[in-house]
Design a protein around this ligand. Structure first.
Ligand SMILES: C[S@@+](CC[C@H](N)C(=O)[O-])C[C@H]1O[C@@H](n2cnc3c(N)ncnc32)[C@H](O)[C@@H]1O
Length: 251
């Protein structure tokens, strides 16, 4: 099995098309929050770790003038197909190839846990204009739902998940001394998927992607059996956790 440190790159090098099909989008309440609290509409927006562009597309549709950053070649290749018209740059969060104060809003969806947090936060603070906003976003399956609990049991989510507790990123932001106190928001939303998409939801997990083929086939087979026992469309409840923080004015 790959070490956790390698997963952020290796785990997304395979199956970008499956990722694009199977991973959830983000709730419209989140886009409304950013439109109301940050300069999303008409602003210059950097979506870091944009992947295939699932969130970038929502930001662009809402009126953001987006630029995307993504270090995985496979994800970038899918991005240019799925998210035409948005500039995509090959870079990681720890070295952002942009001048200081270039962006009104920086978003990181479902990815901040892969970053070297202090280095990435300093880079993000540097490229935000004074008063600009950072938004860290995670979609989490609602584990109180019995189908989701069974899904997580089969993919050994509790033991192998790369992300433990998003709440500790709030103090991590504060410790930098570069941002105002973060605000926390939560939104519930439901995605309705086919049986095949339920299997692909498991297949698109970074650590499932890098399993030995026999183990991977076993896990996906058991998810297939779960899917076969459910009526379509299958409702997948998510909670979206959001931390926003405005950058402090530079001295
Ligand atoms: C779960 S995907 C999220 C993609 C997209 N933001 C979305 O919401 O669908 C995580 C992404 O983080 C990227 N990533 C991993 N380490 C990174 C780093 N240090 N800097 C920037 N992106 C990174 C991966 O290549 C992958 O595309």
């Amino acid at each position: 099995m790959a070490e956790r440190g390698d997963l952020g790159s290796a785990g997304f090098a395979r199956g970008a098309d499956v990722y694009e099909r199977a991973r959830p989008g983000y709730p419209i309440d989140l886009v409304a929050l950013l439109a109301g609290r940050a300069q999303l509409v008409g602003g210059v927006v950097l979506d870091v770790a944009a992947g295939t562009g699932k969130f970038t597309r929502q930001l662009a549709t809402a009126g953001g003038r987006c630029v995307a950053l993504e270090p995985s070649a496979a994800m970038r290749a899918m991005f240019v197909v799925a998210t035409p018209g948005v500039p995509m740059v090959d870079a990681g969060a720890e070295a952002i190839p942009a001048t200081a104060a270039a962006f009104d809003l920086v978003t990181v969806a479902q990815a901040f846990h892969w970053f070297d947090a202090p280095v990435a936060l300093a880079e993000i603070a540097r490229v935000l204009r004074p008063g600009g906003m950072l938004a860290l976003i995670w979609n989490e399956r609602e584990e109180s739902d019995p189908v989701m609990a069974e899904f997580s049991r089969i993919i050994s989510w509790d033991e192998r998940r790369p992300l433990r507790d998003v709440a500790h990123y709030s103090p991590a932001i504060e410790r930098t001394g570069l941002f105002h106190a973060p605000e926390h928001h939560r939104f519930g939303h439901i995605e309705r998927v086919s049986r095949q998409t339920l299997v692909e939801m498991a297949a698109s997990r970074s650590y499932v992607n890098v399993m030995e083929s026999e183990e991977r086939a076993g896990v996906l087979g058991r998810i297939g059996e779960l899917a076969a026992s459910l009526a379509e469309p299958i409702a997948i409840p998510y909670v979206t956790e959001v931390y926003t923080a405005r950058v402090l004015a530079r001295p």
